[in-house]
Design a protein around this ligand. Structure first.
Ligand SMILES: C[S@@+](CC[C@H](N)C(=O)[O-])C[C@H]1O[C@@H](n2cnc3c(N)ncnc32)[C@H](O)[C@@H]1O
Length: 306
């Protein structure tokens, strides 16, 4: 790869935790533009790179042409167990999930991830699967739309915005990023800053069309079985909904018993599978956040298979 269009977040922290080296194998479940994978490969490790975005997969194929230790697959990280089996790998030394959107995706108006450029309201990582956000906005009734904006965007004005969207689509489809932006801005109080609201609305739609929380939950459950003993995973999340899922999963898997507190004797049969490596979540340093604004909201959690 030539220039780095996407600056990898918390790179040194990730590498320190994953401890790559010759003979070690990793899954990069969110290859993107390969920033993290390149560092794993440079350390002598082998990497299986997964991504849903055809452009990211093309970047992976380019890098693989020069790096024999890299394999690429266009797939969701929710299928990481199958991807590994197809590779002929039984277990790996580490898995990385650097969630969310890459800078290149944000900058591509055809993907519709950003309210800053006009383009089709798509928001899918994989343009060949599922429905674009415009279809979702056309189909959902007002209550379900409001619930979605609230639960996945934590947007307080969800009901007002849903009402406005339903009224607007009766006039003309809400099919572009700028049309959505116009409708959202039309209901904000005079003088209110639109950017945070727009970010939350776009986030909610993106999470919904890509089933991001479902994919993460499924992948988390598959991590202990695919990790070799002593193998590690790192998850970098960019909003609280994802980070909460990761935190709860690690909390559960580091316990010997997950019975409710009022049960006198353990009946759950749960066995601890993980040792936590990060006390709380790691965040970017001020210096990294200043250099790379995407790093500001990043929260990294890691654990080791026992
Ligand atoms: C933040 S970027 C990763 C950047 C990468 N670490 C780098 O340094 O270039 C997230 C990537 O994950 C991909 N992605 C999102 N959900 C995915 C999923 N369920 N399975 C596979 N890839 C996914 C996106 O297409 C995007 O390319």
């Amino acid at each position: 790869m030539t220039a780095a269009p996407h600056v990898p977040v918390l790179l040194q922290e990730t590498i320190d935790l994953l401890q790559p080296g010759p003979g070690r194998r990793y899954v990069d479940g969110t290859f993107g533009f390969g920033g993290h994978s390149a560092a794993l490969l440079t350390a002598g490790a082998e990497v299986l790179g997964l991504d849903l975005d055809p452009a990211a997969c093309a970047a992976c194929a380019n890098l693989a042409a020069a790096q024999p230790g890299l394999r690429c697959r266009r797939d969701s990280f929710r299928n990481l167990d199958r991807a590994l089996a197809d590779c002929g790998w039984n277990a790996v030394d580490g898995v990385l999930l650097d969630l969310g959107v890459s800078s290149l995706q944000l900058d591509d108006p055809d993907k519709g991830f950003s309210y800053r450029a006009d383009g089709p309201l798509d928001l899918r990582f994989d343009p060949d699967r599922g429905e674009p956000a415009a279809a979702l906005l056309a189909e959902l009734d007002e209550r379900r739309l409001a619930d979605l904006l609230w639960s996945l965007g934590e947007e307080r004005a969800s009901r007002r915005i849903a009402r406005a969207l339903v009224a607007a689509r009766a006039q003309a489809p809400v099919g572009t990023t700028f049309r959505l932006r116009e409708v959202v801005e039309s209901v904000l109080p005079r003088g209110a800053k639109p950017q945070p609201v727009l970010s939350r609305i776009f986030q909610a739609l993106r999470i919904a069309v890509n089933d991001e929380l479902g994919a993460l939950e499924e992948a988390l459950l598959k991590l202990p079985p695919v990790l070799a003993p002593g193998g590690r995973f790192v998850v970098i999340a960019y909003h609280s909904l994802e980070d909460r899922l990761v935190k709860r999963f690690i909390d559960r898997e580091r316990r010997d018993c997950i019975c409710p507190a009022d049960v006198p004797q353990c009946v759950c049969g749960h066995a601890r599978s993980l040792r936590i490596l990060t006390k709380g979540a790691l965040a970017a340093t001020d210096e990294e956040a200043a250099r790379n604004p995407r790093a500001r909201s990043a929260r990294l959690r890691a654990a080791e298979r026992i």
